[in-house]
Design a protein. Structure first.
Length: 521
């Protein structure tokens, strides 16, 4: 206990007094350090560490100080790069020395790390292992940028243009792939605005490019700070040129792919997304809220929430419904599956209040349940339409006389074991309550007793797999913002209520981040 408190006090002192550091042995960084991610060759990782408000002044190897040799001097600013290639870990760091506030010189040093030791190596050995361009991920939003990125700004009466590219020389060091690493843009993303290819959402705009241009046009000649209309574009230059426009959908903005070269369609997934968009564009555009159960058209862009789960006999389950904030002015009107010849499954033409779509699927069969509250004069009644995928070409509606048999057959495999991620926004089917104090936080998860139609679902659902999202890639080095990784905490909790306890600052270091406690059903 004493050692944990001591560590916390040391970290607090370092934070208060502005000591930014990188520990390359334990993959540990102080709070004031920005991380830029990248990749090179196959499955090789790259990191660049740069101080945010205050510079990095210490490079550590566990408890040992690599640089500087004494802790008294603070006239340094370190840029630290880490290259991980199979079992090889190389660290290159640029030492910026200042005198009376002015930059005096910049030196680059390289070390090779092997288990519990490190040694300085020459540039020839360093570059022997860095034989491919470094593809650096970049956030095009208003976030800090990699220090080797150059930005050219051009301002005009009605527009503003930014051009980004990597420098070939930094402070006298050539970055050409021979004397020093060569850098290109890797994943280009916007942590505030996802990308759309057709109606398919992507976490990034492109995987690799050489130049980025961002255009912003203002349609108000007298007052740029309060324009009548504003248009934003991103153009990405490489072998495959792409152009994105910032567009709103249901109150949220996305980078929408507008122009592209034919080479991009060599990717089968992207090609399918583009083809789906073209098919609907020829018919006056996709309806405002369309549910694609293949999810080639991402449901979240249409305000649709999703719950996933599993059942006995290898059945999988998905529940789709419109989020509550969109129910007053949006309706799901079309349910489709664009992976088959006849795409339309069900077109909802009636006036309804609530609408749930459930998809039951195994290796042989797929059933789509459409449940909705239908208005008839002043009476509201529930209606159900069931469709079955009969072949690879279409879905057929099941005759109403066969409904009881179909519903009974599916109930035989209940309960449905639902997936839940404890640190994400929860769908309306669940309820999450939080109790916290200064030391720990407890979350209480439960499944609603009734569904949108007032029917009891106590025997229909239980929680199954429980996940958490991962915040860190190595040590306390954060994941790239556009990546979303989930880790399973429990494989089958099998209850409709449970409690999650977050790790306390006073817990033993071996205590898991989350502890789950099953409650009685």
């Amino acid at each position: 206990m004493t050692s944990i408190i001591t560590i916390l006090i040391i970290e607090l002192i370092e934070c208060v007094f502005g000591v930014n550091y990188v520990d390359v042995k334990n993959y540990n960084i102080s709070l004031g350090v920005n991380v830029f991610h990248g990749r090179f060759d196959k499955d090789c990782k790259y990191f660049m560490f740069v101080g945010d408000l205050e510079p990095i002044t210490q490079l550590r190897f566990g408890n040992e100080l690599i640089f500087p040799s004494d802790t008294g001097s603070k006239n340094y600013n370190l840029f630290v790069e880490m290259f991980i290639k199979n079992n090889i870990k190389l660290v290159s760091f640029y030492v910026h020395t200042f005198h009376k506030g002015l930059l005096k010189e910049v030196k680059r040093k390289v070390i090779s790390i092997s288990y519990d030791t490190y040694s300085y190596i020459g540039n020839e050995e360093f570059m022997y292992n860095i034989d491919k361009p470094i593809l650096v991920s970049v956030d095009i939003g208003p976030k800090p940028k990699h220090p080797f990125i150059n930005r050219l700004i051009s301002e005009y009466p009605t527009s503003f243009v930014q051009i980004f590219g990597f420098t070939c020389v930094y402070k006298g060091f050539t970055l050409d792939g021979k004397s020093g690493p060569r850098y290109r843009f890797g994943y280009v993303y916007d942590s505030d605005h996802p990308a759309l290819v057709g109606y398919t959402m992507y976490p990034y705009l492109i995987e690799e490019c050489s130049v980025i241009k961002i255009y912003k046009t203002y349609f108000n000649y007298e007052n740029r700070s309060n324009p009548n209309y504003e248009s934003s574009w991103v153009q990405l230059y490489d072998k495959n040129q792409q152009k994105y426009e910032l567009r709103p959908i249901l109150g949220k903005e996305y980078w929408f792919l507008r122009n592209y070269s034919d080479e991009i369609k060599s990717d089968a997934v992207i090609c399918s997304a583009i083809n789906l968009y073209k098919k609907y564009s020829k018919h006056g555009g996709i309806p405002l809220v369309t549910l694609d159960i293949s999810e080639l058209a991402s449901p979240e862009i249409f305000g649709i929430e999703k719950v996933t789960g599993s059942m006995a006999n290898n059945w999988t389950y998905k529940l789709y419904k419109l989020k509550k904030e969109f129910e007053k002015y949006c309706k799901i009107r079309t349910v489709i599956d664009p992976t088959i010849k006849i795409r339309n499954i069900f077109i909802q033409k009636k006036k309804y209040y609530k609408y749930n779509v459930e998809v039951y699927r195994n290796s042989e069969k797929t059933y789509v349940y459409n449940s909705f509250n239908e208005y008839y004069e002043e009476i509201v009644s529930k209606d159900l339409k069931i469709f079955k995928k009969t072949n690879e070409e279409k879905y057929d509606e099941i005759h109403i006389n066969d409904y009881p048999k179909t519903v009974k057959m599916m109930k035989k495999w209940y309960p449905i074991k639902l997936d839940v991620t404890v640190d994400e926004e929860q769908p309306s089917l669940f309820e999450k309550k939080e109790i916290s104090n200064k030391e720990l936080t407890i979350h209480h998860f439960s499944i609603n007793e009734t569904n949108d139609f007032g029917e009891s679902i106590l025997n229909k659902y239980v929680f199954g797999r429980v996940f958490r999202t991962t915040s860190f890639e190595l040590g306390n080095i954060p994941q790239e913002p556009f990546r979303k990784h989930r880790v399973m905490i429990v494989g089958d909790i099998n209850t409709n209520k449970f409690i999650v306890r977050n790790k306390s600052t006073l817990d033993n270091l071996s205590t898991p981040q989350y502890q789950l406690f099953r409650l009685r059903i």
